[in-house]
Design a binder for this molecule. Sequence first.
Ligand code: ADP
Ligand code: NI
Length: 209
Amino acid sequence: MRQVIKNIEDYVMKIMADYDSGHDWWHIERVRKMALYINEKDSLADPFILELAALLHDTVDSKFFTGDQKRGYEMVGGFLDKCRLSDIKDQLVGVIKNVSYSTKNPSGDLSDPVLLIVQDADKLDAMGAIGIARAFNFGGFRNNPIYIPAEEPDKLMPSTIRHFYDKLLKLEGMMNTKTGKRLARDRHRYLEAFLSQFFSEWEFGTTLK
Ligand code: ADP
Ligand code: NI
């Protein structure tokens, strides 16, 4: 089993090498650790399958997978066959397809605890201090502005601060597991505290005459 995990790690590292640094190997490592932690607390899923799913969860990301996504799923599927994991291939590919919160409508097998846990672990990594670091890193990568002021949050122009309102502040309400919900509370508060400090510094800097 260790060897299978090692083979999957190597495969994932190779694919992720081309992604941005908010989606690097360390994101995968954190999601794996978090997923296993949630499962230790909540005992919902098979830890081996969960670990593989966490490792593979971003291998066909639409923003970075330049090829046709269907091809991407087939490639991962083929690799899993080679690893003699055909019996859990559909489950794993199902997680990869449906893990992302950028997937518009909730889809996939929502009774699969592996999917629910990996979704939570992935969302938690977009919250708190690491989530903030990743957001500004992504914004920099895309050359997006940090912030463009507006009267109301829903009238904001595209910026990294706007991303907090579009997504990050909504994640707490989207958690699936008991432990995920508990951890999300702290990280959500940290996002709010950051925004409040950010706006007070912004006001200070822009109201001085
Ligand atoms: P995932 O692959 O985890 O489903 P994304 O690819 O949408 O989600 O996001 C990966 C990371 O990049 C997250 O930390 C997210 O907050 C950040 N991110 C995505 N879109 C933006 C954006 N427009 N501005 C700033 N950060 C973003
Ligand atoms: Ni991810």
